[in-house]
Design a protein. Sequence first.
Length: 98
Amino acid sequence: MKEADECSNIQEIRQEIDKLDRQIIAAFGKRFEYVKAAAKFKTSETTVKAPERVKSMLQQRRLWAEEQGLNPDVIEKLYQDLVTYFINEELKHWQSKF
């Protein structure tokens, strides 16, 4: 990957952004594998939803966003949407075992 300041035109910048987005989406896919694997350790719908864990995770993501110079509200929203989706999928996966 080129660094942003090494790109000589908008096409190169877009190509690098596309590469990053592909890696980000692949990482989300990997994250989802762990979410599904976690279902086998969950004993109830409450443990799947894990509201306290979600709350602390979102707080940590906000801190990481700030460290990167990103808007923590935007990152929290992104993760809230992602986690809501993953929890719903994990619930389906967990419920299918019963």
